[in-house]
Write a protein that binds this ligand. Structure first.
Ligand code: PXL
Length: 280
């Protein structure tokens, strides 16, 4: 019998709406992993909902180190460290300390450089946070930016985002820091009506693409769903190419199912009824 892989999941928890830890935890658990959760912030609802004076944003920066000091005392070790939405600029630097402390020789460090979507940074992300995210991402074994985040990391305007295989390959290579880290760019469209991901695997140097029919509508949280499924598949020993193709296919199935149900787009995708598919 084999112990479940251990994942340190470092994300916010949004109380209402599907994203971040509310997706990471069920997906990675369904895929047979044990998660230790380090919360970066607690929000009443994710930031894609209309702004409200009643919204709650609890910045947990000063609780993070005490939490992991306790983990160290308990002998915590991780097969993967997976970070996403971060609540403050200081937090991004703190995470570098976390990596120094908990990264083992075989720990896979996945930094999803969550900063924005559709050409715009999220409401809580300042330019300073975006700059610091770049230096955190430089420590990762694997990053999973969408096109907006890829543009921010490269210092390019969103309008310069790649449209075909060749251009995407150029961005993948630039983001790989001379092949030192693996990269998956999401939201890549190679032909009209299709969308998916492009990836560069640093272990083989191979570039590959996975595409699926595009579902109309922007659903929040699909980036978190993609990266969580990707990580779950990698922890099962699958290659980056296979993991990426499975993640594209799962996100597409959830979006198609949601569209059929006709639930509000801002509530994200109905992944819960399909979680079973990830179990095998
Ligand atoms: O899905 C990324 C994400 C994570 N966390 C919070 C968000 C978003 C995107 O809107 O608002 C709080």
């Amino acid at each position: 019998m084999k112990q479940a892989p251990q994942v340190a999941a470092i994300h916010d928890l949004s109380g209402f709406g599907r994203c971040s830890m509310g997706i990471v935890l069920p997906v990675l658990s369904a895929m047979g992993n044990r998660c230790s959760t380090l919360l970066t912030a607690y929000l009443s609802a994710h930031t894609a909902y209309p702004p409200s004076e009643r919204s709650v944003f609890l910045d947990l920066t000063d609780r993070m180190k005490p939490v992991w000091n306790h983990w160290a005392e308990l002998g915590a070790r991780f097969d993967a460290i997976y970070s996403g939405f971060l609540g403050s600029a200081e937090q991004i630097d703190l995470l570098r300390t976390f990596l120094e402390r908990f990264r083992g020789r075989n720990t896979l460090v996945l930094v999803d450089p969550v900063m924005g979507d559709h050409g715009k940074p999220y409401a809580t992300y300042t330019p300073e946070m975006c700059a610091r995210m770049g230096s955190l991402a430089a420590q990762a074994d694997l990053i999973t930016p969408n096109l907006t985040e890829a543009a921010i990391l490269l210092g390019e305007p969103y309008e310069a985002a790649p449209t075909g295989e060749g251009e995407t390959e150029t961005w993948l290579r630039r983001l790989s820091m001379d092949g030192r880290r693996s990269v998956v760019i999401t939201g890549v469209c190679l032909s009209p009506g299709q969308v998916g991901a492009g990836c560069l695997d640093r272990t083989t140097g191979r570039i590959s693409f996975a595409q699926a029919p595009e579902i109309p509508g922007h659903f929040p949280g699909t980036g978190d769903l993609f990266s969580s499924v990707l990580l779950g598949e990698l922890l099962r020993g699958r290659s980056l190419e296979t993991a990426s193709a499975r993640a594209v296919s799962f996100v597409q199935s959830c979006a198609a199912y949601t569209l059929q149900l006709g639930t509000p787009l801002l509530d994200g995708v109905e992944f819960e009824p399909l979680l079973r598919q990830l179990m095998e």
